[in-house]
Design a protein around this ligand. Sequence first.
Ligand code: 2BA
Length: 109
Amino acid sequence: MKLLISIVHSDDADSLTSALMEKGYRSTKISTTGGFLREGNATIIIGTEEETVPDVLAIMKANCHTRTQFVNPLPPVMEPGELYMPNPVEVQVGGATVFILNVEQFWRF
Ligand code: 2BA
């Protein structure tokens, strides 16, 4: 069995979990925050059999979209009277960042 930990855009999370459920995959959504953008994203965890991992990844690819966002870099240390003009930097976010882990044991009571 495998555990997929997938970080996706918040706007894609509900369509992803619905698409997974339609195909019979169980998932859990956790509200998370990206360390770089400091914006909300969603972490979807999915426990599934090894042979179904390609199908789950295909569902993620179909439902999670790449987005372009602009971020303002941290302002430099300024001397009094200096003016800082922020120059936004473009970053590509997602579709999905996926970690796949081996599951040693799985129990449901
Ligand atoms: P954030 O950390 O908010 O990062 C958002 C996007 O900013 C990243 O998109 C990437 O394009 C850019 N970025 C992140 N760190 C950067 C840096 N040090 N310098 C320049 N650009 C940087 P993605 O790579 O698609 O990542 C989307 C979200 O997935 C991340 O949100 C984070 O929450 C998670 N993530 C990505 N890689 C991870 C990792 N190795 N471990 C844990 N979480 C990760």
